[in-house]
Design a protein around this ligand. Structure first.
Ligand SMILES: [Mg+2]
Length: 292
């Protein structure tokens, strides 16, 4: 990928100065219209506040397993951890911690409670993101710089086109609400924000998608009237299961440019209908969805 040049992204520059590719359409019979509800995942799909979370979660888990001296190398443990952490990404964080507890048991250790692992993880992560959240709230940091590029304008476009927007995140609801507000995304979602609860069985993306299905029936709209956007397996698979269109957001969370190849391949494997790296090409996305 071409490096972003000086001043890249300034309003006066044409949009085609870099090598960003248009959305990749993987489904021939993609419905080109009729969408009523759009569902968004939060972290990695809109928000980049928690962008370094795998760099916190994976080493924490590897440390936990390495203490058990199972004879596996740190590299081998890291590969095991990365596989399940990424496979479960999109579900509530507690599921990743439940898997860690299983991995500890499997190696003859006595695991802590998954909720305790989750608390430790969040404490470590919070050290990294606390300043970001505070800076966004105080106005010192620009919300546009801490979202997947083009998020605000694209959400506005969907809203203007008459779609109702929902947000569902595997992160705890109180944090999601706080970070949605810090990023000035609240007006787009209102009360339609869902996240993990202490009683983890009271929330899942499948449940939210089920409720959206009921809403669509009330509106006299078919299941195909749902389009969802996500950078994880879970939202893609659940959306497809419900009969909706799934847009895989293969965001590059650090550079904020282009498509992340690793995410793209996984999202394609999960059944995504379209892949995009971000929302800067909102004309192309809007045309694909028939809302141009
Ligand atoms: Mg995500």
């Amino acid at each position: 990928m071409q490096a972003a040049g000086p001043g890249s992204g300034a309003a006066w520059e044409p949009m085609n100065v870099d090598l960003d590719s248009p959305p990749e359409v993987l489904r021939g019979d993609l419905p080109r219209g009729g969408y009523r509800i759009a569902l968004f995942d939060f972290d990695g799909t809109l928000s980049l506040i928690r962008r370094n979370w795998p760099a916190i979660m994976i080493p924490m888990m590897v440390d936990e397993l390495a203490r058990l001296e199972s004879g596996e190398s740190r590299e081998a443990l890291a590969a095991t951890v990365e596989e399940f952490v990424m496979r479960l990404n999109g579900k509530q964080t507690i599921y990743q911690m439940m898997q860690l507890a299983d991995e500890v048991s499997r190696r003859g250790g006595v695991p802590a409670e998954p909720l305790e692992y989750k608390r430790r993880y969040h404490d470590l992560l919070w050290v990294q993101i606390e300043d970001r959240v505070a800076g966004l709230k105080s106005g010192r940091l620009d919300p546009e710089e801490h979202v997947v590029p083009g998020s605000h304008a694209f959400l506005q476009r969907l809203t203007d086109a008459g779609l109702t927007l929902y947000l569902a995140s595997g992160t705890d609801l109180n944090y999601v609400r706080d970070e949605v507000a810090a990023l000035r995304l609240e007006p787009f979602f209102g009360e339609r924000i869902f996240g993990a609860l202490d009683d983890y069985k009271q929330f899942s993306k499948a449940q939210v998608i089920g409720r959206i299905g009921e809403k669509l029936r009330e509106l006299g709209a078919p299941p195909e009237a749902l389009v969802s956007f996500g950078d994880g397996y879970v939202e893609i698979e659940e959306t497809k299961r419900a009969g909706g269109t799934a847009i895989g957001v293969a965001s590059e969370e650090e550079t904020r440019r282009g498509v992340n190849a690793w995410k793209r391949d996984r999202l394609v494997g999960a059944g995504a209908d379209v892949i995009t790296g971000d929302y800067r090409r909102s004309d192309d996305l809007a045309k694909l969805l028939g809302i141009a």
